[in-house]
Ligand binder design. Sequence first.
Ligand SMILES: C[S@@+](CC[C@H](N)C(=O)[O-])C[C@H]1O[C@@H](n2cnc3c(N)ncnc32)[C@H](O)[C@@H]1O
Length: 218
Amino acid sequence: MKAFIRANTRLAPVAGLNLAGSGTQVPMRLWQADEITPIWSATEAELEQAGLDPPFWAFPWAGGQAVARLILARPGLARGKRVLDIAAGSGMIAVAAASAGAAQVLANDIDPLCEAAVALNASANGVEIGWLSGNLLEAPPPDVDVILAGDIFYQKQMAERFLNWLGSAAAQGVDVYAGDPGRAYAPEGGAAPVAEYNIETTTDLESVSQRRGVVWKL
Ligand SMILES: C[S@@+](CC[C@H](N)C(=O)[O-])C[C@H]1O[C@@H](n2cnc3c(N)ncnc32)[C@H](O)[C@@H]1O
């Protein structure tokens, strides 16, 4: 999987994301695809499966960029804490949390390719990220201090399941932040916006070149 990712994406900076704590402007770099259709077709061919979900791991989604920016701007939200990046995709948020000085960073996604993508992206940015496999929504939230999620409100049933699960984590005292760029099923009540950013994106991915990314605290 790592060889497939290296062969079909390139290591490139994410505009507006500089790693925390370096004292200099070191850009976060992720293994990214330029366009969605070729990497999607290549993934289906590699896995010998049709009808797969898009290769989310190959792009820094706007909702995740908003969370990563918040963590890099306010590293104290993660510093010294046990952090979970759920629905991690590339692991961009996990990289941000690790660079902010989190005591432990775990990432999870139901797409098995994400494990390889997260490992490659952790290594590219010189940070350590652990991996939790399986669908965490099928059990109570794990014992962490902070849960971060980027761009998870684009399908109705998925958004409802995430909101319930994240809500139960928040009720147990976990700090829960979710970033969203205006997807159809973003939270309307029970959450407070803590930050907003203009996020550069591509028309290939989003049909516009910029989205407004909001981070909600649940
Ligand atoms: C739009 S992508 C966002 C990825 C990343 N957070 C970002 O912002 O770049 C949504 C991700 O949610 C993942 N996902 C969907 N259902 C999930 C679940 N039940 N548990 C964990 N991840 C899930 C998908 O596989 C996909 O990687």
